[in-house]
Each structure stands twice: as C-alpha cells, then as structure tokens.
Design a protein around this ligand. Sequence first.
Ligand SMILES: C[S@@+](CC[C@H](N)C(=O)[O-])C[C@H]1O[C@@H](n2cnc3c(N)ncnc32)[C@H](O)[C@@H]1O
Length: 402
Amino acid sequence: MNLKAHQPDSLPAPGPSALAQSEALVAEIRARLDEAGGWLPFDRYMERALYAPGLGYYSGGARKFGLRGDDGSDFVTAPELSPLFAATLARPVAEALQASGTRDVMEFGAGTGKLAAGLLNALDALSASGVEFDSYSIVDLSGELRERQRETIAAAAPALLAKVRWLDALPERFEGVVIGNEVLDAMPVRLFAHTGGIWHERGVVWRDGAFAFDDRPVQAASDLALLAEIDTTGAAGEDYVTETHEAASAFTRTICTMLARGAILLIDYGFPRHEYYHGQRAQGTLMCHYRHRAHGDPFLYPGLQDITAHVEFTGIAEAGVETGADLLGFTSQARFLLNAGITEALGEIDPADTARFLPAANAVQKLLSEAEMGELFKVIAFSRGLDDTLQAFSSGDRSHTL
Ligand SMILES: C[S@@+](CC[C@H](N)C(=O)[O-])C[C@H]1O[C@@H](n2cnc3c(N)ncnc32)[C@H](O)[C@@H]1O
C-alpha cells in the first residue's frame, strides 16, 4: 500500500511509526469492508478512522491539539488558544449550578484537559461568591487522552485534582452542568450526493490500492424524506454533496435524557438547518486537518488526521427537545462570551504587562471576531428544572432561527 500516493505535496509526511499505525488501521477498515460486502457508509469509515481502539485518530497517539504545525499538532481549539475561554465559560457554568441547586460538572471530550483545569480554577475562585461544586467528571471516547488530561490538571490545578474523575460509562441520571467544546463536530456523519437528478449515499470502497468514494442510490424512505427538504439548486450542474448527523443527534438525545436537573452547554461550529442545507453550500462541510492545514481528502493517512463536519444545530435542538429538555438558548460564540463577561476578564490583565496582555487580547479577538471563531462557532444549551435563562443568552439569542 502506498500511502504516499495520497500525499498532497504541501503536507509534511508522517514518520515511520505513524505510517505503520495508519497501515494497521487501513487493514482493520479493509477487513470491515470485506465483512460488509465491499461497501461501507461513510459514517462507519469515519468512526473507525477517528475511534478504532489504539489506531484511530482520537484513540491512537496523535498529537492533535496545539498551536503550531511544527509541534506535530493538527488544529487549535478555543481552550487551547487562551485561558480566558475557560475563565469566561466558568460564569454561565457557575450560574447554572446555582440556579439548579446542583454541584457537579461533567465534560465530554476534554482534549488536553486545559478547559477542565481552567474551569476548576475559575469555579474554585468563585467559591467566595457562594458557588460550590463537588466533582468534575470527564467522559472521552479516547482513553489515551486521560493521562494527558491528568497531567494538565495536576500541573495547573493540583489542589483540585481530587475532584476529578474519569468515567467509563455514563450514569443513568446526572444533576449538574454538562459541557462539551467541539465534541459534536467530531462525530461520524453520513455523506449524500445529489447526482444525475437523484440522491445517492456516498460510501467507501477499496479500489486500485486505496480507499475511494462510491455512490449508491438512496432507498430508505426515512433518508429520502430528509433529503427531499434540501435545496440542491446551488450546485448548478455539479454534484450537490452534504452530510447528515445521526450520531450527533443520538448523542444529544442520550445526554439530554441523562440530565435530570441542570444544564448542558455545547459549543461548536455550524449552522441552523436552513443555512446548513442552503443551495449555495453545494460541497458540504466535511473537512480534514493535518498539521494545521485543512483539506478535503478523508482517505489521506487514515488515523493520522482529523476528520470533521460542521454541526447542523436544528437537528441537535430537535433531538434535545424530543427528550423533554428545554432549549435554554442558541447564540454565536461571540455573543455568548461577551454576555458572559470576556471583556471584563481581559480587563483584569494589566495592559502595561504586555507579555501577558497582548497574547490575551489577540486570543480574545480571535474568539470574538466574525471572520474567525466569533460567528461560525455557536453555543446551544439545554436545561431541565431551570426557571430562567442564563446571563450568557441575555441578548442575541437566536433560538428562533433553528
Ligand atoms: C475536536 S476534539 C475537542 C477537544 C476539546 N474539547 C477541545 O476543545 O480542545 C473532540 C473530542 O471529542 C471526543 N468525543 C467524540 N465523541 C465523543 C463521545 N460520544 N463521548 C465523549 N467524547 C467524545 C473525542 O474523543 C475528542 O477528544
């Protein structure tokens, strides 16, 4: 198998052990392809590429999160960008704990542990104003990240490490505040292509020594019903390609069912359905990240690169509300962070201390700017047993756009 054949010239090549891991994953996925008769829906491929135990991108040893390509990382997330993200998020988390009379936090997909460490410290600092919390549970499909998370928290919040626990399975019910930053976008999606006037499901085959896309006409009535709502006119003679998000909806249903009292805050990039399935978004949102370069080939170095799709937030809202949870709010990351006081948090840093202030101000600009993360990223929140919304949704709530 010649993985190099896939390598766009501009991308740095992986080392030999990473390549060996990728080849092992390719063999594993090929075995599944054979079992399935030679064709796998894309979500099955994506699930293996990201989460196959020991081999997938999130479950193997890749560096993943970081600021630069030369440290071996592939992308940067808000908690990695600045500690002010966690410090600001701590305010709505604290408000929801107090409003619901609960004392436990649960984080999904905790990455390097930076958000956890920042939230632990910020919540602890708020104890002076009566915020109390007992535990911080972390749930991640990637067991490999646990050690890294423990080290981050032990270094940045040593006195609070005793409150942290790692869960292997979800509790049946949870009272408290659930958070997840960039978790929904890491869930497998199905791909569909509108070609020759009909909808096809875009799956994966093995062809000429490599994985390749292969389209099959859609038969299932439930798939056709959703696809019928999509305006494909923007493709103008080309294929219209898009995604559906069964795994993210199922996840939302599960955590909203689990929530007996409290709130859930999910932060991610994406759009409401009418924008997501817009005629002009004709190439879908599937995206791969390798060493801080974004590209569109999910078959490049399986297991060594991130594969992601934007979140379709109307589907997420529907999945949550179906369980009887309340939709607490939906807004842009910029509006959410501004309402939650990020500028005040920045104001606490002395501008004369340029070594601290300038990077912090740059990061805040990135988190808020419309051209960067401020508008593309959204926050959706659900609640159970909360009477009022949170300060962070007090202005600019866009729930009506879902
Ligand atoms: C893009 S990373 C984001 C990491 C971190 N939250 C951050 O912002 O830096 C996505 C994370 O979500 C985790 N994840 C995906 N699906 C999950 C699920 N169903 N339950 C728990 N974690 C999940 C992945 O293992 C991965 O660690």
